[in-house]
Design a protein around this ligand. Structure first.
Ligand code: COA
Length: 100
């Protein structure tokens, strides 16, 4: 929906990371961040999140947040290192179009 917030990190012709961000007018969201498994710990994730944050701020977005599965220790450690602070919500959802 917001292609300017779908960021891809490349090294030459090789994709080494990506993140999808979105701004709903109230909050910014980050989805599907990933870096090349062979190049983890080299700053790709941090760079992608910083680039997404910059674009969100430029759109006037006051806060960014995301959901992480509780057992994803790597993502939790990563976002801790970037200064993201956990908060409690009761998450719920409903599928509107069947997942094929
Ligand atoms: C999470 C992920 C994107 C991190 O990417 P990365 O390129 O390795 O991250 P960076 O190299 O930019 O690391 C940035 C900081 O996070 C920290 N960090 C990275 N992985 C970490 C881990 N597993 N545990 C704790 N801290 C971690 C780094 O130490 C670094 O801190 P520093 O700059 O203070 O040294 C990567 O592990 C990944 O793709 N995981 C699989 C997909 C996934 O789970 N995505 C999240 C979905 S919510």
């Amino acid at each position: 929906m917001q292609p300017e917030l779908f960021l891809v990190a490349v090294d030459g012709d090789r994709i080494i990371g990506s993140v999808m961000a979105g701004y709903d007018g109230h909050r910014g969201w980050l989805y599907y961040l990933a870096s090349d498994p062979e190049r983890r710990g080299a700053g790709i994730g941090r760079t992608l999140v910083a680039a997404a944050e910059q674009r969100l701020v430029a759109m006037g977005c006051p806060k960014v947040q995301l959901m992480v599965r509780p057992d994803n220790e790597a993502a939790r450690g990563f976002y801790d290192a970037l200064g993201y602070e956990p908060f409690q919500t009761w998450d719920t959802g409903k599928r509107l179009i069947p997942d094929v």
